[in-house]
Design a protein around this ligand. Structure first.
Ligand code: PH2
Ligand code: MG
Ligand code: MG
Length: 172
């Protein structure tokens, strides 16, 4: 069984609802076991070229027999089902699914890089990830997620719903 962490984001439509629907779809999937759900966070968009609504973000932990490429396709399918367009790069979106970590493996294929290359400088990823997996080690940096989070500014990431209650699964 493989241990995976996935980042979810949305800043169009009803972001919390779309994230919640995505988590429930992951929870129902026969080849995925949902193991952790972070709180829900809100933050100003970073690395975007124009003004956009705030992002809502969360991270969930999974156990799965699926390969990284199968997960990529599953994520793209969920993005599409949410009504997310095959968006322009860095455009606002109804659902963004980013595969962050897959065991301590390093995957470097076209369209699929794990660990996610930007995760170590993104507070909206490291804050929720550190909440559910503080001691998980980043395979390229050799540091724990908690240590990576402690090395960046995180004050812009606001916790807006504590624990997993926001996504209405039976997982606490
Ligand atoms: N996602 C992006 C670009 N910028 N900013 C925040 N705060 N949250 C995101 O999920 C996010 C972003 C592209 O995927
Ligand atoms: Mg993203
Ligand atoms: Mg993405």
């Amino acid at each position: 069984m493989n241990k995976v962490f996935v980042g979810l984001g949305a800043n169009l439509g009803s972001p919390a609802d779309q994230l919640s629907v995505a988590v429930r779809a992951l929870a129902r999937h026969h080849a995925l076991g949902l193991t952790e759900i972070s709180s829900l966070y809100q933050s100003v968009p970073v690395d975007v070229p124009n003004e956009q609504p705030d992002y809502f973000n969360a991270v969930v932990g999974l156990e799965t027999s699926l390969t990284p490429r199968e997960l990529l396709l599953l994520g793209l399918d969920l993005e599409k089902k949410s009504g997310s367009m095959p968006e322009k790069f860095k455009a606002p979106r109804r659902l963004d699914i980013d595969w962050l970590l897959y065991n301590e493996d390093v995957v470097d294929e076209s369209g699929l890089k794990i660990p996610h290359p930007a995760m170590t400088r993104r507070a909206f990823v490291l804050v929720p990830l550190a909440e559910i997996a503080p001691l998980f080690r980043h395979p390229l940096f050799g540091k724990t997620i908690a240590a990576l989070r402690d090395g960046i500014a995180i004050d812009g990431v606001k916790q807006i719903s504590r624990g997993s209650t926001w996504c209405h699964t039976d997982k606490e």
